[in-house]
Design a protein around this ligand. Structure first.
Ligand SMILES: [Zn+2]
Length: 438
């Protein structure tokens, strides 16, 4: 009897999933200074298909530095009382707010979120949090699905090619399971360099699968390569006065930090992707200059021709996909991001405020690590047995923040694997996207 109930529930879920066939894309401008924030709607767009998750729609994957929530009404003209979709994110804007520049300047940043197109009028709430977990800014706006100003996009003309559909059978059904759709986007590759891009994209994928738990869960992913050609080869390096005309206009020296490679052009990035099934984004930059960045539920951007490409692309995806924190720290960090009164939402660091919500249950346990892990050059390397504990230093702070292992993919490029704490966090994230959880 129970089995039939489960089967019926699964069928109902599949039916409701099939009715979801359109994406609502909301373009926002987040602006402000170190002290204040403002959120404005720039434009609403829509396109065919929905590549986001089809399970756990009303639950958050993590708390995040910001959240977006879409609510509908149980009764016509009633309150918005029914959560239709929720997700969390981080932004470059909030990182910028911690810089010196933000104390003297006001700036604006593009942000894009993909939501399932509601069938009826819905209300969207976007909120940002400060370092103490307080809501620092909030915008609510109502969306009518028949609004004539929602711009249809899509039918993308950007050439694209799948290299993975839950496996290497590229004739497999894209939607066979609730798979996670990852787009790998070309940046700084000219039309003539697309073969190089495809080889780099395959290398990035191989490096992901060579890290647990991605290796174990690789059948839950689809990977599409997006051949967005740039007019010029390579990417911009402002400190060398070198600016290039590239697909997503990325550059090094973000916030005047040499190796921080990002793009501010999120509207352009999502225009390139419109119509292609995607949810998570990895941008590969055609350069040998070291750098990269990964922003939770926004994008990973990394350099494809530096010798550290393989570990770095996985490290950055750890940020953008799983919301993991950096586990390294500086001795002289004076600007704190993590305070003793607040437990960080990132699963791989703790301030001990609420350690039981983290890896307290893993402390003292030994983990043998692992069937897949690689060194700097992509060769198989086993890190051996690891005992999980509490090691002070992480999240850029040498004091007041603890991590679970001596070393990890989120700490150094030379270490060959994610630590057990990060592995569990990534596994949970993959399961969140692909299985109904309690
Ligand atoms: Zn870790």
């Amino acid at each position: 009897m129970k089995r039939i109930a489960i089967l019926l529930a699964a069928m109902a879920m599949a039916l409701s999933a099939n009715s979801q066939d359109r994406t609502l894309r909301v373009n926002y401008i987040f602006s402000g200074t170190a002290k204040e924030q403002e959120i404005s709607v720039a434009e609403l767009c829509s396109f065919e298909g929905w590549a986001g998750r089809r399970v756990n729609m009303d639950k958050l994957p993590l708390r995040g530095n910001g959240q977006i929530i879409m609510e509908g009404r149980s009764t016509k003209d009633g309150d918005f009382d029914k959560v239709l979709y929720k997700t969390s994110f981080s932004t470059l804007f909030q990182e910028w707010q911690a810089t010196e520049e933000a104390t003297t300047t006001r700036k604006a940043f593009e942000n894009v979120f993909l939501l399932p197109m509601p069938e009826e009028v819905a209300r969207i709430t976007v909120r940002l949090f400060d370092f103490h977990d307080n809501v620092s800014c909030e915008l609510k706006h109502v969306v009518k699905p028949d609004d004539i100003l929602i711009r249809p996009t899509g039918g993308s003309t950007t050439p694209h090619e799948w290299i993975w559909k839950g496996g290497d059978d590229l004739n497999a059904d894209l939607d066979a399971e609730h798979r996670i759709d990852v787009a790998i986007v070309a940046e700084g590759y000219t039309e003539e360099e697309m073969d190089t891009f495809m080889a780099d994209a395959r290398e990035a994928m191989a490096s992901l699968w060579a890290h647990e738990p991605f290796g174990t869960y690789k059948d839950r992913f689809n990977i599409v390569c997006v051949k967005s050609a740039s007019k010029e080869t390579n990417v911009s390096v402002p400190r060398k006065n070198s600016w290039k005309d590239t697909a997503v206009g990325s550059h090094f020296d973000t916030f005047y930090s040499n190796r921080y490679l990002t793009t501010l052009h999120l509207f352009r990035l999502h225009d390139i992707l419109a119509g292609i099934p995607y949810e998570h984004i990895i941008i590969l930059a055609n350069t040998a200059t070291y750098g990269g960045g990964g922003i939770y539920n926004s994008y990973t951007l990394t350099t494809a021709h530096h010798s550290g490409f393989r570990p770095v692309v996985v490290h950055e995806f750890g940020h953008s996909f799983a919301g993991l924190a950096d586990e390294y720290f500086y001795d002289d960090q004076y600007e704190e991001q993590y305070y003793p009164d607040t437990e960080p939402w990132e699963q791989n660091i703790t301030t001990m405020k609420d350690f039981s919500s983290k890896w307290e249950d893993m402390v003292g346990k030994k983990f043998s690590n692992q069937k897949s892990s690689i060194d700097w050059k992509g060769k198989k390397k086993n890190p051996g047995k690891i005992t999980v504990g509490t090691y002070e230093g992480g999240g850029y702070q040498s004091k007041g923040v603890w991590r679970g292992s001596l070393d990890c993919r989120m700490n150094t490029n030379s270490y060959p694997a994610f630590c057990p704490v990060c592995q569990r966090a990534i596994s949970r994230m993959i399961e969140f996207y692909t299985e109904e959880t309690d």
